[in-house]
Design a protein around this ligand. Structure first.
Ligand SMILES: [Zn+2]
Length: 70
């Protein structure tokens, strides 16, 4: 079986390494758009990072202001 490797990720791919605040967004601990941690975050799909041989998918979250912006 092949490793999950979509040819074209549905969202912009982030380059690695990322800084701490971006990592918090990738972990769903902050809004993926603005980095806000104070609001109620809701699931906002996936963001992908390049891992060299494929993509890594991260389940991210968005604040109420940005949950419609996906
Ligand atoms: Zn936001």
């Amino acid at each position: 079986m092949a490793v999950l490797s979509p040819p074209s990720p549905p969202q912009p791919v982030l380059g690695l390494p990322v800084d701490a605040s971006t990592l918090a967004r990738l972990h769903g601990a902050a809004c993926i758009i603005c980095g806000d941690r104070s609001g109620s975050l809701t699931p906002a799909g996936y963001v992908y990072t390049s891992s060299g041989s494929g993509w890594l998918g991260w389940a991210v979250a968005a604040c109420p202001r940005h949950r419609e912006a996906q």
